[in-house]
Design a protein around this ligand. Structure first.
Ligand code: ZN
Length: 72
């Protein structure tokens, strides 16, 4: 299966999980700005990076940028 059929690891860009058959519009909106709803936020690691990294969820600071506006 092609790399673009997978959500890509937020550390190395490798295959994190198969997402080609996820049609939830909130998920699709994470990469398709034509979706008419607010995207959900997803971060994931591939099996290799999961051995050395972790995903941490925390509350945004007041005034933080909205979803999908990573600038760094
Ligand atoms: Zn990785």
């Amino acid at each position: 299966m092609a790399l673009n059929d997978y959500y890509q690891c937020d550390v190395c860009g490798g295959k994190a999980f198969y997402d080609a058959n996820i049609y939830d519009s909130r998920y699709v909106a994470t990469y398709d700005p034509t979706e008419g709803c607010d995207p959900i936020a997803i971060k994931a690691l591939c099996p290799s990076c999961a051995k050395t990294h972790e995903v941490i969820v925390r509350e945004k600071e007041a005034g933080a940028a909205s979803l999908n506006t990573e600038t760094e």
